[in-house]
Design a protein around this ligand. Structure first.
Ligand code: ZN
Length: 243
């Protein structure tokens, strides 16, 4: 389980990192945690020339990015995979789940946007499949980090959405609070999907900081929609294979 060393460290660096992904050779990654972070502005480790992004339309489409990546978001995609060096993969979120993945030897990386729709469509497993097909490797060789997103404390859903999660992923990700409202645990749902796709549990890290609770660290669409729609505040989740 991820534990931030302390708030000063978070505020000073502006990037949260995963201990697991941090052990992968040749990879730099991070989840921005100040409200107006832009790639390349804060962390010397992020000397990024190219950031490849996805259109993010709540699909389960994951695209493989080659060295000649176009300078626009990849249309219709919510996930990106590459084995090319110096092409950062970037996902923008404000409550949805950002997923960052890497092969344990650093040969390939992926980033994906898993909102509740994408989670139900199993985008996590699509990212794993694309990486495994690119490398011809088993999923057991992959490492994943489930980044900061709206937690089970705050993610209220309607009865129909709760029923979909219970049916497709399992009862463990759905709960009814004392207020009678249904809540879904998107972090656990993505962990279950990654394990079903073949990752080992010990190769998956979850950053359990709720975007809605932690107004000091993250934008949250549910907490403050105008901050997201008008100011454009998002968490940037980035990963790059360094050259
Ligand atoms: Zn919360």
């Amino acid at each position: 389980m991820f534990e931030p060393p302390d708030n000063e460290w978070i505020k000073g660096s502006h990037w949260l990192t995963s201990a697991l992904l941090g052990c992968v050779p040749g990879i730099v990654h991070g989840f921005s945690c100040n409200l107006h972070a832009i790639p390349g502005n804060h962390e010397p480790g992020f000397d990024i020339q190219i950031v490849s992004t996805a259109e993010q339309v709540h699909s389960n489409r994951v695209e493989i990015i080659g060295p000649d990546v176009p300078p626009v978001p990849i249309p219709g995609a919510d996930g990106l995979v590459t084995s090319s060096r110096n092409i950062a993969l970037g996902i923008r979120t404000a409550d949805c789940v950002p997923l960052l993945l890497a092969h344990k030897n650093g040969k390939c990386i992926a980033a994906a946007h898993a909102g509740w729709r994408g989670t139900l469509k199993n985008i996590a497993s699509e990212a794993v499949k694309k990486m495994c097909s690119l490398l011809s490797c088993p999923a057991g060789e992959l490492i994943a980090c489930i980044g900061p997103a709206i937690g089970p404390c705050c993610f209220e859903v309607g009865e129909n959405v709760a029923r979909d999660f219970e049916g497709r992923i399992g009862r463990a990700v759905v709960s009814r609070g004392a207020d009678r409202k249904m809540r879904v645990d998107l972090l656990k749902a993505n962990r279950i999907e990654l394990e079903r796709a073949g990752l080992e549990g010990r190769h998956i890290e979850t950053i359990s900081l709720c975007t809605m609770c932690r107004a000091d660290l993250f934008p949250s669409y549910r907490r403050n929609p105008s901050e997201v729609t008008e100011k454009g505040s998002r968490i940037w989740s980035l990963i790059v294979r360094k050259g």
